[in-house]
Design a protein around this ligand. Sequence first.
Ligand code: OFO
Length: 176
Amino acid sequence: MLKEPVEDALNEQINAELYSEYVYLSMAAYYEDEGLPGFASWMRAQAEEEHAHAMRIYDYVNERDGRVTLAGLDDPPTEWADPSDAFRTAYEHEVAISERIDDLVALARAENDNATENMLQWFVAEQVEEEATAQAILDKLKHVGDDGPGLLMIDQELGERGGGDGDLAGEELAEE
Ligand code: OFO
């Protein structure tokens, strides 16, 4: 049985993960419009991953006999100054999500809810990967700047990411 403050906070996190899905879908549309299909496909895969994050918490709340309550999503941003700017937003978004997860862990501890804390540890590890992947791609973008061929090369690499598992082209870029 979930305590009310934990249940409320997990419901808010479901909303935050679904909002993340929305942000990445919006970025996919932006990159599509910019003629960068690899970036767009990477963002779509990321959006699917965010949906899976939301469902992971959704299923957990149900399993603990809690009540999932969905709320409206804020409008995502729709315009960025350039391709790097959108990835900068992605990185900053992931840093903010990591802080939310840390706050959730602190709440679970304060409520002596070991099961929730244990479930959240998956997200703690996932956020390390999310931040590192976005940072690595952002660093590459900084190197190529306005260089068209460099940007197209990254676009091709990002297009090799598989659907929704979040660990393909992004990680390969991070390892280079
Ligand atoms: Fe759910 O990890 Fe990104 O936001």
